[in-house]
Design a binder for this molecule. Structure first.
Ligand code: ADP
Ligand code: MG
Length: 219
């Protein structure tokens, strides 16, 4: 779940960005949209406890984030949040499999090749395990980054512009994979995007079950 109240953030020297209150029940989908520069990536950074709010409070996966200080925020994020960043940040010198192993290492959990294999298999990229990121297509790289994001079965999955550089078919694939992965894990999913294609890719049945809500930021 994600709950925000009176949330606002100011970059040094910038204007105060204010965000509408939201309640996103566990296991549901939030589509965060709006034009470039309206604050979508900033909102994700707040929800991931990467930055503290200038104003307001938020609860994410049962945790009040204002109660978390630096190292506690890092530990919480590693456990609770799966982040699919806009720029994927796969390490160029490491294979797909090693990139996932590094994510386990960075999160302080034991190396677990079986779990890595399982995550790659679920996302249909197990056969790419020994490739370098430079040997992957855009869609494949994104599947790998998503496998890495959900490796520790986070309660919240945050995807920043997941369709940005993808053609229509790969974009449809990416949105479908995010929805299926979140649903399989019972995770709350946030897709932040300025891409109008994404709203059309959310299946109508999700709308009907209160499993989905849009949040439009005007900026
Ligand atoms: P979006 O993801 O919707 O495109 P962002 O959250 O990246 O929007 O940015 C929101 C606003 O904050 C924009 O006006 C942007 O220029 C500004 N901004 C983003 N990052 C920084 C930063 N590191 N320092 C100062 N201003 C920033
Ligand atoms: Mg952004």
């Amino acid at each position: 779940m994600i709950q925000t109240r009176g949330l606002a953030y100011r970059y040094p020297g910038g204007a105060l960005l204010r965000f509408p209150d939201v309640d996103v029940p566990q296991g549901t989908v939030l589509l965060l949209s709006g034009p470039s520069g309206c604050g979508k990536s900033t909102w994700l950074a707040l929800v991931a406890a990467l930055v503290p709010p200038t104003e307001g409070t938020l609860q994410v996966a049962g945790q009040a984030l204002d109660a978390l200080k630096n190292s506690a925020a890092d530990a919480w994020r590693a456990r609770a949040v799966g982040f699919l960043p806009q720029k994927l940040h796969l390490s160029a010198a490491l294979s797909v499999q090693q990139n996932l192993a590094m994510a386990q290492w960075a999160s302080g959990v034991a190396q677990d090749p079986v779990r890595i294999r399982d995550a790659l298999t679920k996302l249909g990229v197990a056969e790419l395990a020994t490739r370098l990121p430079s040997q992957l297509s855009g869609g494949q790289a994104q599947r790998v980054a998503l496998a890495r994001a959900v490796l520790l079965q986070p309660q919240v999955i945050l995807a920043d512009e997941p369709t940005g550089s993808l053609d229509d078919a790969a974009a449809a694939d990416a949105v479908h994979l995010l929805l299926v992965t979140a649903q399989t894990q019972g995770a709350t999913l946030v897709i932040a995007t300025h891409d109008a294609r994404v709203a059309r890719l959310i299946p109508p049945k999700l709308h009907g079950q209160n499993g989905f809500q849009p949040l439009y930021l005007k900026g």
